[in-house]
Each structure stands twice: as structure tokens, then as C-alpha cells.
Design a protein around this ligand. Structure first.
Ligand code: DQQ
Length: 581
């Protein structure tokens, strides 16, 4: 479900709630209690609506659905409430694009209309069939008052229509219903199906093992794409709580940036399994091996599901989905970023939710993680540019990047650390808790090497600023460890906002002293890519002063070691066509 926002609740309580199948509703009522009736004027400023991230003109949006490339068009479907700025009345809205950046809205594609989806059309995915047509698998709610979930299928009414405007639902729906081994209220979000070269189709459905906290990628198989049978065991599972929106796809050899079709199968390919963890609202993934005979997926890192967890994004980014783009031979990742202000503010604004900039993803040369980078088409929005080069930032100093309107900009910067000698000792107690470490050692806490980075969406008196930065530690063997943080705690003077510090470790070799950062700044979005896309963090912030032309951009260094900006380029970003406007 899409409703819950960033409400912090004790994990134990959430685990219990999930066992009872009730976490969403309870978190929703916690939100309602937190809502305040007074809405500051700055929150209503159109300058806090995004300029170049995907966003419909109004109302609530959550998960990307579909998505696919078809006859020259990218299709983005998404969970949408046509009646308001909170989750509810969900339908599949539909936009199309030639380049993943300029979008044109079409009529909604899928709405409740048949007995097996009359109370809800929830998330799902597209599969391109061997004859070139599309099958859309999605979750339906078929009865009132309970979120009983079943899986459905829909097809384009006219496969020759490149815009895929109308969809039909065959009479043989549903294609999968909960059996005794399934928790019926935790059974949703079918993946793109794949056939592993053996003529047998597979799809995954996210789930929770009945009576347990075991999240599952439930496996179904079919010979004809019509009759689906649940395999005896899930493709994979872990004791993490419910898995929403699973995604499963092969990747090329380490360092190769091209993508693979989901059905491309070969023993030399690694696979990625992603789940959106309902309890934490983050998207986690592992890299591993898939055996199509045993129908098991085994992560390379045996503790990768529970402890040393990799995230697509360490910030506000959830319910993501990838698709293979045959036009550019790449795999593209789309994700949803919720608001992080109150429901009262969302209602007053009349809109809630955006999508991240589409990212190309591929396997890092180490083979241990993915790399992500904004799709190259984004560069067409770059306008006026300013550059700074070879500028040393002394301990405790900062400088402003002037000459552009940075509230809607793209900033790329290469840093060079003069020495790693003064790096702070690393406390291994934080090895699996970057977020806690960053909360403790935020941008204002002086360090040895760092914190250094950007203050974005900053007011001229620096009373408001969002810090995106690195801090370097040294472990017991003298090995440097890099932490990347996005710290919005000073982002706004508006009361009542949720301002979590987000953080992730960056698995990069900083022995040369070099590290890069790219931040896509878009009014209320700060979407950052550390070390060429090794660690990504999206934050939502709502400045009250640093809005529009009053937003400033700075480079800061709050460590005791000199930092050099080898090169910084910042571009003003133009507005793409969005929804036809
Ligand atoms: N959102 C959808 C569900 C999915 C959740 C409902 C994830 O299908 O599990 O809007 O945000």
C-alpha cells in the first residue's frame, strides 16, 4: 500500500502490527494525529513543486507501475489518487515519453472494473511477450473492508497503438489467488515475468509467510501465461517482514554498463533481487546467482538480506521498479519519493509524491553492488553553467557558487582530500548503521577529514541549508571508510516537518584522495549520487526562505584537513514538458 509516510514508530511495534496485518492503517492514524491545521504560506509556494522531476499537476502519487518501452515510447504508469493528496481511490495513471524526461499525460490506463479488482488496482509490472505484445500483471482487491489481494492480468486493447491507451482484462482473471500457504493481505505487486530460456514463464509476488515475519518472493510458473501454479518454495525469503514490490533481473558482467532483457538467461549472468521493505520503507537488494532448475536465488553475501544490506537509495526512495530499455540497451530504475511534511500540508498543497529521475543501473566492477546514474537524456535540460576549479577550502571555511539560480540545478563536483592522516577512528558498532552515525556526526560536527561537501537550498544567512557531504574514517587497520550523508535537519525553519538524516557508506577507494558528488537540486528535492553512483540519497526538503532566487549553493569543509575542489560545474536546469504543459 502507498499510504504510510515517514512516521517513525518503534520497530517492535511495527513487527507486531505486521503480524496482525495492520501496520499501514495504524501508521495512517498516527499521521492524522500529527497533522496540524495551520499551514505556513511558504509551504504553498509553487516554487516548492518540482521543476524537472516527474510529478502530475495535482493529487497523490506513489509507486511507478509497468514501466516499459513500446514502439518508440516510454510508458510510465503510476499509483494515483484522482480525488486527493492522500493515498486512496488508487488507479493506474499513465504518461508517455520519448526520452524519460519530457512526459505527456494520457487517460488513466487501469481502473477497478471487474469483480477481481473492484476494490483496488495496486502495483504491477509489464512483460513483453515473444510476439511483441504486452501483458500487464497487477494486484487487485476483490472485496470490501479487507485488503484481500489477488493477481490479475490486462492486455492492450489495440497492440498496434504505440500509446497503449486502452486496456482489457480477460474473463479468466484472476490468475493467482492466495492458497493456504499465502497470507492473503500480504500478497501483492507481481514482477515482470521471465522465461529463463526454457519456455517456462516465472513471476514473483511479494509476500509474508503466514504467522511469521518472513518476507518472501513467492514464485509462480506458467507454460501459457494464463494458468499459473505456485512453486513449492519461494525464490528467496528472509526474516525481514513483508516484501513489497519485488524486482528480479539479470545483470551483465561486472563493469559492463549495458542491460539485459529480464528473460535473458545465462549461467554467467548474476541476478539482482530487490524488495521494498514495508517495515522500513527502503528498497534493499542483493546480487546473487539464480538456478532455474532448483528455482532458487542465492545472494553472494549470505548476510546481505538482513545485516550488510545494500539499498538502491539511502534516502526517500521506495517501491521502485526497473525495466529493460531495448532502445538504448540499458536497465532503467524508477522510484517513488514521498513527501516528508505533514498530511495537513499535503492537503493544503493539493499534491503529494514525485518520482526520482530515471537512473541507468549496472553492476559495479567489484561485482558487489550496482552503480546508478541519471539517464543521459537529463543532460538536455542543462542550461546556463558556472564552473569553479582548483579551489582549496580550508578547515572551517566555505564559499558560495555564484552566477546561477541553483534552486533548480544539476551540480557535479570532484573533490580531492589533501591527506587522510587526520581521518577519525571508526567505531565498528556503526558498521551496519550509517544513518545513526550520520545523525550523531552531522554536518555541524567538526571532523578530521570532512565533513565536506555542498550546502544546497541555503538561505543567504545560512539559517536554512541542506548538507550533502562526505566524512572519512579509518578502521582499526588504517583502512579509510567513507560515509555519505544528506542532512536536512537545518533545511527549513518551518515547524512540523519530518527531517531525517539519511546516510550510506561509500565502497570506494579514496586512497588517492579523490571522490565525486553529483546533486540534482529541484526546489524540494535533493537527489545525490556519491562516487559515480555507488551511494545515492534522495531527500525532500521544504525551505521557508531558501526558495527560488533566494536559494544559494555553497561548498563547505568542516574538517581539519584541506579539501580541494578540483572541478565543480553547476547547471541551471530547464523545465521539461510535463503532462503536456
Ligand atoms: N503500494 C501499492 C502496493 C504496494 C505499495 C498500493 C508500495 O501494491 O505494495 O498503492 O508502496
Amino acid at each position: 500500500m502507498g499510504a504510510p509516510k515517514w512516521v517513525v514508530a518503534p520497530l517492535a511495534l511495527l513487527l507486531l502490527l505486521q503480524l496482525a496485518g495492520a501496520s499501514h492503517d495504524v501508521r495512517r492514524s498516527l499521521e492524522a494525529e500529527a497533522a496540524t491545521p495551520s499551514v505556513p504560506a511558504s509551504i504553498l509556494s509553487p516554487l516548492l513543486r518540482t521543476g524537472y522531476h516527474f510529478q502530475p499537476p495535482m493529487n497523490w502519487i506513489n509507486d511507478p507501475n509497468g514501466p516499459l518501452y513500446y514502439k518508440g515510447w516510454y510508458h510510465l504508469f503510476y499509483q494515483y489518487n484522482p480525488k486527493g493528496a492522500v493515498w486512496g481511490n488508487i488507479i493506474w495513471a499513465h504518461s508517455v515519453s520519448r526520452d524519460l524526461i519530457n512526459w505527456m499525460a494520457l487517460d488513466p490506463a487501469i481502473k477497478p472494473s471487474i469483480p477481481t479488482d473492484q476494490y483496488g488496482v495496486w502495483s504491477g509490472s509489464a512483460t513483453i511477450l515473444p510476439n511483441g505484445t504486452v501483458a500487464m500483471l497487477y494486484t487487485g482487491i476483490d472485496r470490501p473492508g479487507t485488503n484481500y489481494q489477488i493477481q490479475n492480468i490486462a492486455f492492450p486493447k489495440d497492440p498496434s497503438d504505440p500509446l497503449l491507451r486502452e486496456w482489457v482484462k480477460p474473463g479468466y482473471n484472476p490468475i493467482a489467488v492466495p492458497d493456504a500457504g499465502i497470507n492473503a493481505t500480504q500478497f501483492r505487486d507481481p514482477t515482470t515475468a521471465w522465461h529463463a530460456g526454457d519456455g517456462l514463464w516465472r513471476m514473483l509476488v511479494g509476500g509474508l509467510k503466514p504467522g511469521t515475519l518472513r518476507g518472501m518472493a513467492i514464485l509462480y510458473r506458467s507454460r501459457d501465461f494464463k494458468h499459473w501454479v505456485r512453486a513449492k518454495h519461494p525464490l528467496h525469503s528472509a526474516l525481514t517482514g513483508m516484501w513489497e514490490c519485488p524486482d528480479f533481473f539479470p545483470v551483465r558482467e561486472p563493469g559492463k554498463t549495458d542491460g539485459l532483457d529480464t528473460s535473458e538467461f545465462g549461467p554467467r549472468y548474476k541476478y539482482v533481487l530487490k524488495n521494498s521493505l514495508d517495515l522500513t520503507r527502503y528498497d534493499y537488494y542483493t546480487v546473487g546467482t539464480y538456478n532455474n532448475r532448483t528455482e532458487r536465488y542465492v545472494p553472494d553475501n549470505p548476510t546481505g538480506d538482513v545485516y550488510q544490506r545494500l539499498q538502491y537509495d539511502y534516502g526517500n526512495f521506495y517501491a521502485s521498479k526497473t525495466f529493460y530499455d531495448p532502445a538504448k540497451n540499458r536497465r532503467v530504475l524508477l522510484g517513488w519519493a514521498n513527501e516528508s511534511d505533514s498530511v495537513a500540508h499535503d492537503n493544503a498543497k493539493g499534491w503529494a509524491g514525485i518520482h526520482a529521475i530515471p537512473r541507468k543501473i549496472w553492476l559495479d566492477p567489484s561485482g558487489k553492488q550496482l552503480l546508478q546514474w541519471p539517464v543521459e537524456e537529463l543532460d538536455q535540460l542543462r542550461g546556463k553553467a558556472v564552473s569553479v576549479g582548483d579551489k582549496v577550502v580550508k578547515p572551517g571555511q566555505h564559499f558560495e557558487v555564484t552566477g546561477l539560480q541553483s534552486y533548480q540545478s544539476d551540480v557535479e563536483v570532484s573533490f580531492e582530500v589533501s591527506s587522510l592522516d587526520k581521518a577519525e577512528p571508526f567505531d565498528p558498532a556503526y558498521a551496519n548503521d550509517a544513518q545513526k552515525l550520520c545523525g550523531m556526526k552531522n554536518a555541524d560536527v567538526k571532523g578530521g577529514v570532512g565533513p565536506f561537501g555542498l550546502w544546497v537550498l541555503a538561505s543567504d544567512n545560512l539559517a536554512e541549508k541542506t548538507a550533502v557531504f562526505f566524512r572519512v574514517f579509518k578502521d582499526g587497520h588504517g583502512k579509510p571508510l567513507v560515509l555519505m550523508c544528506s542532512d536536512p535537519t537545518k533545511s527549513s525553519l518551518t515547524p512540523g516537518l519530518y527531517k531525517p538524516t539519511f546516510a550510506g557508506f561509500v565502497d570506494t577507494d579514496i586512497s588517492s584522495g579523490k571522490i565525486s558528488l553529483r546533486s540534482l537540486i529541484d526546489r524540494s528535492v535533493v537527489e545525490s549520487f556519491g562516487a559515480g553512483g555507488k551511494t545515492c540519497i534522495l531527500s525532500r526538503v521544504y525551505p521557508s526562505m531558501a526558495i527560488g532566487k533566494d536559494a544559494h549553493l555553497y561548498v563547505f569543509n568542516n574538517g581539519v584537513t584541506d579539501i580541494k575542489v578540483s572541478k565543480l560545474t553547476a547547471w541551471e536546469m530547464k523545465k521539461p514538458m510535463m503532462n503536456g504543459a
